[in-house]
Design a binder for this molecule. Structure first.
Ligand code: PLP
Length: 401
């Protein structure tokens, strides 16, 4: 636990966060980004905690070309790990998506995105002035994307605008239901039209093995603080050889009066992205992550076990693909909602009952639907967490099969 100076605690309260130590935290956006699980990551970050700490030997003016600390090697290694050609660090997946769109899309262009995409995909499109066409999904209860529709939508755009879409985008695993989509099949469709395929691996890269080449991704984005056991803010943008030049274009601007130019800087990174302890944390996490993705099958087993246990409660139902293939799980929980209606604490009763039983991560106030992630928990923690839900059901006399 961190110790703060008294004067800081006087000014800002609640600076101590103990949820990872004193509870089983099932929060979906936090389970894969826990850096504190790896003492090596914490130590490394502390050694580089001063502002621009990685810039001591920045001789070429680019983060990915620094030899000491070995950022240069790291950039090559992470690209190899994900089977892509070129990698750059960004403050998050959203900035990586925006950079890719900005490089590939001109204002008034149309792009194809899946209708389960993260809000940051929509906002990235908005920020570059793109028109979007959505690939639909099946709706309740599976929320499965109609992947064949990529071809239809691409053709539609051509027919309506006379131009092919500037890119097609797929969210590898959506953040609401934890559905895993067959990126490879979409990659094939998109490549038939010769347009770039952008794959968002926010919930896959760092959790499960991902090969960009095998999936046909021309561009791959990742959230390292979500899925790579890394401190925030950290994300990745990767490109294949074919698209690296346009995505990571070097600056060509020249000061008309001063003659100043910055040819070594890349435009989409604004010259530099993560100049301090965050990138050191990412590097320190890398060996742990490379090892943990090998155990993805076990993580899926844990999620399925957890679903099986919670569905023993009459009226609780897992939404999304069945059987489930990811640790992010969305439940519909009508019986908890009914209790909330009559409970003095309303929807907050579920959060509070769970907290009393040592389980955190269900959003306070939610009872009708909630999301959890079982990622990185031990079997024992998974069993305890499931038992907490069953115990609450018993307390309120909800039948259990
Ligand atoms: C979390 C998430 C993002 C945003 O990630 P940041 O790294 O926080 O920018 C983008 N896309 C998907 C699918 C996500 O789940």
């Amino acid at each position: 636990m961190l110790v703060f100076d008294e004067s800081v605690l006087e000014k800002y309260r609640n600076l101590v966060r103990g949820v990872e130590e004193d509870a089983i935290n099932l929060h979906p956006i936090q389970s894969g980004g826990r850096a504190g699980d790896y003492p090596g990551v914490v130590q490394a970050v502390l050694r580089f905690v001063d502002g621009y700490s990685v810039c001591d030997f920045c001789m070429k003016g680019r983060l990915d070309l620094i030899d000491s600390p070995p950022l240069c090697d790291f950039h090559r290694d992470i690209a190899d790990f994900l089977d892509m050609d070129v990698a750059r660090l960004f403050p998050g997946c959203r900035q990586a998506q925006y950079a890719a769109f900005h490089a590939l899309v001109k204002s008034e262009d149309t792009i194809i995105i899946d209708s389960l995409a993260h809000y940051s995909t929509y906002l990235s499109a908005e920020r570059v002035g793109a028109r979007i066409v959505e690939v639909p999904h099946s709706g309740y209860p599976d929320f499965d994307l109609f992947l064949d529709a990529y071809a239809e939508k691409i053709e539609e755009v051509k027919k309506e605008t006379g131009k092919w879409p500037a890119l097609a985008f797929l969210t590898h695993v959506d953040y609401n239901y934890g559905n895993v989509f067959d990126a490879k099949s979409v990659g094939k469709i998109v490549h038939d039209y010769g347009i770039p395929f952008v794959l968002n691996g926010a919930y896959t890269v760092g959790r499960m093995p991902v090969s960009g080449k095998e999936l046909g991704a021309d561009i791959l984005t990742a959230s390292l603080h979500k899925s790579f056991a890394s401190p925030a803010p950290s994300g990745l943008l990767l490109a294949s050889r074919d698209y690296a030049e346009v995505i990571f274009k070097s600056s060509s601007i020249r000061g008309p009066w001063s003659g100043r130019s910055f040819e070594n800087k890349e435009v989409e990174t604004l010259g530099c992205t993560l100049p301090g302890c965050v990138v050191i944390g990412v590097m320190a996490a890398f060996p742990y992550v490379a090892e943990r993705v090998k155990h993805w099958d076990e993580e899926v087993k844990k999620a399925r076990y957890f679903i099986e246990q919670l569905e023993r409660v009459a009226g609780i139902k897992q939404l999304g693909q069945r059987p489930h293939n990811h640790d992010l799980v969305h439940f519909e929980s009508e019986p908890f909602f009914e209790i909330a209606q009559k409970h003095p604490r309303k929807g907050f009763f579920l959060y509070e009952e769970l907290r009393e039983r040592g389980v955190a991560g269900v959003q306070p106030g939610l009872s009708k639907f909630f999301k959890v992630s079982t990622y990185g928990k031990t079997w024992n923690q998974i069993k305890l967490a499931a038992e907490a839900f069953l115990d609450i059901a018993r307390k309120y006399s909800i039948p259990i099969h």
